[in-house]
Design a protein around this ligand. Sequence first.
Ligand SMILES: Nc1nc2c(ncn2[C@@H]2O[C@H](COP(=O)(O)OP(=O)(O)OP(=O)(O)O)[C@@H](O)[C@H]2O)c(=O)[nH]1
Ligand SMILES: [Mg+2]
Length: 215
Amino acid sequence: MIENGSEEALAEEARRLFSGRVEFLLSAPQLKFLPAGDYPEVAFCGRSNVGKSSLINAVTGRKAIARTSVTPGRTQELNFFEVGEPTRFRLVDMPGYGFAKAPLKVVERWRSLVRTYLRGRAVLKRTLVLVDARHGLKDSDRDMMTMLDEAAVGYRVVLTKADKIKASELAATCERTATEARKHVAAYPQIHVTSAEKGAGVDELRAAILSDVRQ
Ligand SMILES: Nc1nc2c(ncn2[C@@H]2O[C@H](COP(=O)(O)OP(=O)(O)OP(=O)(O)O)[C@@H](O)[C@H]2O)c(=O)[nH]1
Ligand SMILES: [Mg+2]
């Protein structure tokens, strides 16, 4: 499945990389502040409060490198993190979508920033579309997935907060989400199930990210 060696070797390399240098690079409130596209990037996107920043913390094994909050709309810029010494790739923490309480003007600004970045970034190797395991796909996720299909940006659907529901419900949501993902041309058929809280699925996601940035 993987080009250079076995899956275990990939997982081991991913573990080593993420336990080494991970550094916040910059926060871009507008497109003109984006860093030069010097390294491969993987972007974390999804509805407000789905757990994007928490999953970046879990994947990087840092408690608070990305800022989290119980209040939706915490992340309002594109936040870039560098991984590796020397830098191998960057993770991007995106502002959330589907946040009904934010002023329309603000929503529009985030939306346009996120879309323009996702559509036009040559170094973007993969997008992770995070979906709350308790709720499954919402129309705002479907809109995002369709936009990524059209932009031909490959993405993985990642269920978050898996610790918050029963295993049986989780299995059902996972199945439903996979069925729907198969209809999207740019979606990976396999769904990732994660818990930033408990660490479930995090090793697998690290390995997936490394294999994505290698391509
Ligand atoms: N139980 C549980 N709670 C989680 C998990 N991941 C995130 N949370 C909680 O969900 C809330 C939102 O998490 P964030 O990581 O800030 O979410 P976000 O998607 O970055 O939110 P915005 O930046 O506002 O779009 C916080 O209270 C987290 O503690 C998880 O795996 N399990
Ligand atoms: Mg956030």
